[in-house]
Design a protein around this ligand. Structure first.
Ligand code: AMP
Ligand code: MG
Length: 473
């Protein structure tokens, strides 16, 4: 059995929520990368499964699998659209030895009733990119879906030219999205909506069961998870790139690694996605888009908050105000730690903004500037930077006996290794031509992000920072 222990609680929801769908058959699957540690967490036998690429390509189902494609909608760049799993199937929910439950989903496994004009397939490089960046996020302590395997299908897919087809096995706390609520609000009954909310509570917030205002509390807790998640993105310099409501998970995990990327030089207006011409999903907009998406979730849930529409709207508005309070608190706490401040002073916000301003003006690398402050590495010695440094040191001295305590704190909260675009691209290009060495050494460094890496800690030359990502992966 290789440790498979699949259940199917999602399929107990009304039929409108999913369609039964088998993955496409793959004749000659080949394992490219297999996440042995994650397999261990899931209670799976890595030795057996490493040799079973068919199981991660869709040609051979794990015992107990009942594959489905999930229905969902989403506000894409602000506009409602019916979507659904167009190139993914959920095999089931793996019950882990530690009692946790994870969705096991194949991505790139053929067409489904929700494919619209898509081919249902995925190419190797984008699937490896998801593998690399989701692993990096996990090791940075940022909630995320994970990647268990990437398998070559042996078939070509047409993207920008002919590419090698691949399937990614995604592991997620669940695939309930804000878009699942948008979908049921548009196409289902109030009873369906209630069932989805009850299911979400059971799956992610079981302590709310039995509470009088459980649906409002569900909304608030889901919002709180987004506040915490997005604060972590901001602190790490991560730009998701396509924060449509279908790409926002109720669990609070980062999901859907399409046009995402990490910032090199600090610029709040950073956008990587070639189609995001208005900068809707820029770095600085992410917390606002979080609130916008939560407003769409609240709209879908309104009938559950209160029978009176106006009352329900008030409750939703209060809850979004709480999201902002939480977000600001999480961000400030995180920034203090990045600057080695173990306590609070009222003007910390001013100190932080002043540093960010300098980073922007002097085009400093976001990640390495924080590292440099703690490790006596190179910083431009302008009058303004020296003055800021003095102020910051004085701020630390007011409370700390020893500056080295502050530096230790900083080295635990500021990574030395992030998946820099240039390194990821180089690793993907090598992998496409069959050489996985660079990808494995990158993954190894990303697994220990707080240790300097000779190969991967150096930022690119400023001229090489204009990175673009593309959709249609
Ligand atoms: P995404 O931009 O990855 O969040 O996907 C948005 C929607 O497009 C989802 O419904 C996906 O399932 C669908 N989709 C993306 N790529 C494909 C594809 N190659 N074939 C079919 N559907 C796709
Ligand atoms: Mg998506």
């Amino acid at each position: 059995m290789a440790g498979w222990n699949l259940e199917h609680t999602y399929s107990e929801l009304p039929e409108i929520f999913f369609r039964e769908q088998f993955p496409a058959f793959v004749r000659s699957p080949k394992m490219v990368v297999f996440n042995e540690k994650l397999a261990g967490t899931l209670g799976l036998d890595a030795d057996k499964l490493r040799e079973a690429p068919g199981m991660f390509a869709g040609s051979e189902l794990p015992p107990g699998a009942k594959p489905i494609a999930q229905a969902y909608a989403g506000f894409q760049f602000g506009h409602f659209a019916m979507l659904g799993d167009g190139r993914a199937v959920l095999l089931g929910e793996q019950l882990c030895p530690d009692g946790r439950r994870f969705d096991i989903q194949l991505k790139g496994s053929g067409v489904t009733p929700f494919s619209r004009n898509g081919d249902g397939l995925a190419a190797l490089a984008p699937m490896l990119r998801e593998y690399i960046i989701s692993e990096a996020m996990f090791h940075l302590g940022i909630p995320t879906t994970r990647s268990l395997a990437v398998v070559l299908t042996g078939k070509g897919v047409i993207r920008d030219g002919l590419k090698q087809g691949a399937v990614l096995t995604r592991v997620a706390a669940s695939h309930i999205r804000v878009g699942t609520f948008n979908f049921i609000s548009a196409y289902g009954t109030e009873d369906d909506l209630r069932k989805l909310a009850d299911y979400s509570i059971r799956r992610h917030f079981p302590w709310l069961e039995g509470e009088k205002d459980k649906y409002l509390l569900l909304f608030r807790q889901a919002a709180d998870r987004q506040a915490s998640l997005i604060s972590k993105w901001q602190l790490a310099g991560f730009v998701h790139g396509v924060m449509n409501t279908d790409n926002m998970a109720i669990s609070g995990e980062t999901i859907d690694y399409g046009p995402c990327a990490f910032m090199d030089i600090y610029d709040p207006q950073t956008v990587f996605s070639s189609i995001d011409t208005m900068g809707r999903y820029s770095y600085e907009n992410q917390p606002k888009i979080g609130a916008w998406n939560l407003a769409r979730l609240a709209e879908a849930m309104l009938p559950l908050f209160n029978g009176h529409h106006d009352e329900a709207v008030k409750l939703a508005q209060n809850s979004i105000a709480i999201y902002w309070d939480n977000y600001n608190r999480y961000w400030l706490t995180g920034m203090r730690l990045k600057l080695g401040l173990a306590d609070e002073e009222p003007d910390d916000t001013g100190l932080i903004s002043a540093l960010l301003d300098l980073m922007k003006r002097y085009e400093l690398d976001y990640t390495n500037t924080f590292r440099a402050l703690a490790n006596d590495l190179f910083m431009p010695e302008t009058h303004e930077i020296t003055a800021w440094n003095k102020e910051w040191r004085a701020r630390i001295d007011r409370r700390h006996c020893d500056i080295s305590d502050a530096f230790d704190l900083m080295n635990k909260h500021n990574p030395a290794v992030i998946p820099r675009n240039r390194h990821v691209e180089e690793a993907l290009a090598a992998a496409e031509s069959g050489d996985l060495t660079l990808m494995h050494s990158l993954l190894d460094a990303l697994g220990r992000p707080y240790e300097e890496s000779r190969l991967f800690s150096t930022p690119p030359e400023p001229a090489l920072c204009g990175y673009k990502t593309f959709c249609g992966t």
